[in-house]
Design a protein around this ligand. Structure first.
Ligand code: G4P
Ligand code: NA
Ligand code: NA
Length: 197
């Protein structure tokens, strides 16, 4: 069975639609983690970006780490996660970007140590969710600062009705999302391309 389908099925089975267009997936991704499912997502990302010489996976703490880790494991490349802090006063030796979270209404500085990212790197960004795209945009900015080559962005769950996907694609960046949600109408998850939409 195609791994994309596995993720959709799991979302249908164990996902909870909460008010405010939020999908709770604490059963397998955001709290408890299903490593077998994560591994399959990793395989899918590897196959979607096959032929690219990826040297590093870049994600953001916390929930991006699980799918990123499996992708890095399969490719045998390091997994680098950007750290989030309320504010950073000492930026020495860090690549940083400002990330505004619409859901949490907070601005974070995300950062990675300059020693772990350089112009020699070909980077695949992986994250668990794509909503407004601010987190991924921060990672894109960090790649630019490092003059690293961005191969593309791999997302587990894209909320296609929000702005993130368009934001990434309009920059000419390759985006691959494994599950694409078109709406939460009637408190149910509807996927892009579903007959039942
Ligand atoms: P954006 O990064 O795409 O702009 O998203 P936004 O600011 O709206 O979301 C901030 C946080 O909420 C991110 O996690 C993002 O992954 C997560 N998120 C967005 N939509 C959903 C959703 O429908 N369901 C779930 N479960 N998460 C969603 P974060 O704050 O970086 O937290 P962490 O869990 O990675 O530590
Ligand atoms: Na995330
Ligand atoms: Na999250």
């Amino acid at each position: 069975e195609k791994n994309v389908k596995l993720l959709e099925d799991r979302i249908r089975e164990d996902g909870l639609v909460l008010p405010g267009n939020v999908l709770k997936v604490n059963q397998f991704l955001n709290h408890q983690i299903d490593p077998d499912l994560m591994y399959k997502l990793g395989q899918e990302f590897v196959s979607l970006f096959e032929g690219e010489k990826i040297t590093k996976i870049l994600t953001i703490e916390a929930s991006g780490i699980a799918p990123a880790m499996m992708t890095g494991l399969i490719l045998h490349v390091p997994v680098l996660f950007a750290r989030k802090q309320k504010s950073v006063t000492m930026n020495d030796g860090l690549f940083t970007a400002e990330v505004y979270s619409y859901t949490k209404k907070v601005k974070n500085t995300v950062s990675v140590d300059q020693k772990f990212l350089s112009s020699d790197d070909k980077v695949l960004i992986i994250d668990d969710f794509l909503a407004n795209g601010q987190a991924v945009q921060g990672l894109i900015e960090i790649c630019k600062e490092a003059q690293a080559e961005l191969v593309g962005v791999g997302i587990a769950i894209e909320k296609s009705f929000q702005d993130g996907a368009a934001l990434i694609e309009k920059q000419g960046i390759k985006l691959e999302s494994l599950a694409r949600i078109s709406s939460f109408d009637d408190n149910k998850v509807h996927f892009v391309g579903d007959e039942t939409n």
